[in-house]
Design a protein around this ligand. Structure first.
Ligand SMILES: O=C(O)c1cc(=O)[nH]c(=O)n1[C@@H]1O[C@H](COP(=O)(O)O)[C@@H](O)[C@H]1O
Length: 281
């Protein structure tokens, strides 16, 4: 038994206290330019610091997108470390969006990198890909349990290309995406108030009534804002599972920077719209 409070319980509390919105920290080169920053490590650091300052304590979760930090090599990764540390120090949960996935023995090293309690990049949860087979994620599941961390496993992604893999029908008649969801439901069985093993399910996907989203775990829902989904779509897409949805907005909020007050207003608008949509669900 881990001495740490599980991610699912910490997330449920944060969602109940602050609402479920997740703000993505995605320092696109084009956003750095729009913010009047140089596309370099100093610009990256200023951008990330500003977002954390604007949103920490106001939203349940932030989700730094590792790719935009890796672009700058080790110095960018150092900024990512500080971003994670500052957000966590401010009491905001951090989902590291690194979408890792590999054979089990390598997955164990990714788990150490992001989910081992004393790792420099330790995050409250990590996005992972199950498309080397769900079982290959075993070491990450084990490490997450040990550290009180969580995973968000790509199930039904927000991009239109995802369907060719995720809606594919297996020999047993189930789709690949449904199988991922079933694995997660098994992982979370009996956990209260919420399991720690979430699914990524795009808010852009329209009617998902043929999928069982009731996995007793969180559903990270990217696609709100720049990809065209709105908070009002959430009840339609997620049905009765909507209370476990963590909607992510990145560019839809970030384009309102660099002024902190304007950024906060944008976050508050999305947060209010999400609350209103959930109240009607
Ligand atoms: O895992 C993710 O967060 C993710 C999964 C998915 O299916 N679609 C998706 O857009 N994302 C991420 O969510 C963020 C969406 O950003 P915006 O489109 O700017 O709101 C990006 O960091 C994507 O990498």
């Amino acid at each position: 038994m881990s001495p740490y409070e599980p991610f699912g319980a910490r997330l449920r509390r944060a969602m109940d206290e602050r609402g479920p919105l997740c703000v993505g920290i995605d320092p696109h080169a084009s956003l750095l330019t729009e913010w009047g920053l140089d596309d370099d490590v100093a610009g990256l650091e200023r951008f990330s610091r500003t977002v954390v300052e604007a949103v920490a304590g106001r939203v349940a979760v932030v989700k730094p997108q590792s790719a935009f930090f890796e672009r700058f090599g080790s110095r960018g990764v150092a900024v990512l470390e500080r971003t994670v540390e500052e957000a966590r120090a401010a009491g905001t949960l951090v989902v590291m969006d690194a979408k890792r996935g590999d054979i089990g023995s390598t997955m164990a090293a990714y788990a150490e990198a992001f989910l081992r309690k004393d790792s420099p990049l330790f995050s409250d949860a990590l996005t992972v890909s199950p498309y080397l087979g769900y079982g290959s994620l075993g070491p990450a599941v084990a490490m997450a349990r040990e550290s009180g961390a969580g995973l968000f496993v790509l199930a039904l992604t927000s991009n239109p290309e995802g369907g060719e893999v995720q809606h594919a029908v297996r020999a047993d008649g189930r789709t690949v995406g449904a199988t991922v969801l079933a694995h997660l439901a098994a992982e979370n069985a009996g956990e209260e108030p919420l399991g720690s093993f979430g699914a990524v399910v795009g808010a852009t996907l329209g009617d998902l009534s043929s999928y069982d989203l009731d996995i007793n775990g969180p559903l990270l829902a990217p696609g709100v804002g720049a990809q065209g989904a709105t908070p009002a779509d959430l009840p339609k897409v997620f049905g009765s599972s909507v209370r476990n949805v963590v909607p992510n907005v990145s560019r839809g909020v970030l384009r309102h920077g660099p002024d902190i007050v304007t950024l906060r207003d944008a976050v508050d608008r999305f947060a209010d719209e999400v609350r209103a949509a959930l109240a009607l669900a």
